[in-house]
Design a binder for this molecule. Structure first.
Ligand code: PMP
Length: 403
């Protein structure tokens, strides 16, 4: 822990990097002393339209002059507008707005149990998650993902959660057939766990089995959703795998705190006044930004740009990987949720990349993650690749010196 962290009044739960950014524009970030960086973290897949997007600024400023906050005791037209957009583009019929991904997950988990309770099956209360997943830091989200490192030291594991492995399809089917199972929760593309796409066939098998057994399927598209993979939601690349519930956040507000839990009418029918709520969820400011962001992200021009950007980025990364087999294992993930599996420590790589004024994320399985804005330009991608390559050169030098 450095002195800065030790003396900070902040809870020391983050190992924060040094640069202090004062402003951003598109995919670039600037420090107070004028150094410019390229942002391939994007607030961890949140700033999907980059920094300081004019349409989002206009939406926020316009709303800020009118009405900041009400209560969900009153109608908030922006909620109805954004919910209608989400419903028209997905499997869902009902939407609950939250302030974060964890809260969207929390809502989905509650709804899953409440649905079975309402159907006269209260014994169906176990939710199965997958190893390598991440659903947030609330107690329920943490227990649903079941990462032992995240759960350690926080008391008893919550009852009603079980863990499965994506490699064990028999175990998955056995869990689904268990009459105590309420739901399966899965990220169609794991983010924090290492940028891993769940094979479509496995999702299809899970969908068929859950439907047959009366078990609900929850997707966590907090990271993979809102255009990140080049479609509005990652699962929409494939047919017939729609979930019953889905958690969304991050790019939904493009940097303004906003999440949502989407549900089918059948599942949502168990939620009546008093069963759930939020003070801030879906407040007018969040809705102004969320509606503006949705319209831009859901535009075919943006989604096609994200697909093109992915191609250029992955082609460049593949040739870097090919030239650096001593550093890079594989390039994986889906769309612009890109994971590069390293053979050198990822934390060291991230620090080196910062030296080259490139922001990259980390992730499970010793990956670095690139999560650029969906509207990143060709020129910015060239810059990313050049800085990534320069970081590789440094890493190679320092590791061969240490040998
Ligand atoms: N689910 C996934 C897939 C995530 O990536 C995250 C955040 N990284 C969360 C849930 C939790 O979201 P939040 O931090 O907004 O609570």
């Amino acid at each position: 822990m450095d002195n800065l962290t030790k003396d900070s009044p902040l809870l020391p739960v983050y190992a924060r990097a040094d640069p202090v950014f004062s402003h951003g524009e598109g995919s670039r970030l600037f420090t107070r002393d004028g150094a410019d960086y390229i942002d391939c973290v994007g607030g961890i897949a949140t700033n999907a339209l980059g920094h300081a997007h004019p349409a989002l600024i206009a939406a926020l400023e316009g709303q800020a002059r009118k009405l900041w906050h009400l209560s969900n005791m009153f109608r908030i037209p922006g909620q109805e507008e954004l919910a209608s957009k989400l419903v028209s583009e997905t499997f869902a019929d009902r939407v609950f707005f939250t302030n974060s991904g964890s809260e969207a997950i929390e809502c989905a988990l509650k709804m899953a149990r409440r649905y079975h309770y309402d159907k006269g099956r209260p014994e169906r209360d176990v939710v199965y998650g997958f190893s390598g997943s991440f659903h947030g830091r609330s107690y329920a989200a943490m227990n649903a993902a079941g990462n032992p490192v995240h759960c350690e030291g926080f008391g008893l594991r919550l009852p009603g959660y079980g863990q499965l492995s994506l490699d064990d399809s028999d175990g998955i089917l056995t869990a689904i057939a268990d009459p105590r199972t309420a739901a399966i929760i899965v990220e169609p593309v794991q983010g924090e766990g290492g940028a891993r796409e769940v094979p479509c066939q496995l999702l299809r098998d899970i969908r068929i089995a859950t439907r047959g057994a009366g078990v609900l399927l929850i997707y966590d598209e907090v990271q993979s959703g809102m255009g990140r993979t080049g479609k509005l939601f990652a699962h929409q690349w494939y047919d017939n795998i729609e979930p019953d519930l889905m958690a969304v956040a991050k790019a939904l507000g493009c940097g303004f705190p906003l999440g949502a839990c989407l549900a089918t009418k059948a599942v949502a029918s168990a939620m009546v006044p008093g069963t759930h709520g939020s003070t801030f969820g879906g407040n007018p400011l969040a809705m102004a930004v969320g509606n503006a962001a949705f319209d831009i992200i859901n535009d075919t021009a943006t989604l096609h740009r994200a697909q093109d950007a992915e191609q250029i980025m992955r082609t460049g990364l593949a040739s870097i990987a090919e030239a650096r087999p001593e550093l890079i294992g594989e390039v994986r993930g889906k769309g612009l949720l890109i994971g590069i599996a390293l053979k050198v420590p990822n934390r060291e790589f991230m620090a080196r990349a910062l030296y080259h004024r490139l922001l990259v994320g980390g992730g499970g399985g010793n990956i670095v993650r690139l999560l650029p804005a969906l509207n990143i330009s060709d020129h910015e991608i060239d810059d990313v690749l050049a800085r990534f390559d320069a970081t590789c050169t440094d890493m190679k030098r320092s590791h061969s010196e240490n040998r």
